[in-house]
Design a protein around this ligand. Structure first.
Ligand SMILES: [Zn+2]
Ligand SMILES: [Zn+2]
Length: 78
């Protein structure tokens, strides 16, 4: 048990993820899954297609409540 980190949000569950932003250990219940979708037309900047190609797809991250609220998400306006 010594190596088991407790979730820093609830302090009850064992942490299995960590926040991608602040690196706080998070349990599955407290980790907020956030899927960032790349390759959306809104994210393509003219002249930077090559830079964008490598990032096409989805990136799944986990965040704590605080970081999710403060997350800077590109304004997609779906
Ligand atoms: Zn938790
Ligand atoms: Zn966080």
């Amino acid at each position: 048990m010594a190596d088991t980190k407790l979730c820093e949000i609830c302090n009850i569950e064992a942490a299995t993820q960590k926040c991608s932003q602040c690196a706080k250990p998070l349990c599955p219940k407290c980790a907020k899954e956030f899927i960032m979708q790349f390759g959306h037309p809104a994210l393509s900047i003219k002249g930077h297609e090559k830079a964008a190609i490598g990032r096409v797809g989805r990136e799944k991250n986990y965040y704590c409540n605080t970081c999710l609220e403060n997350l800077e998400v590109p304004d997609l306006n779906f």
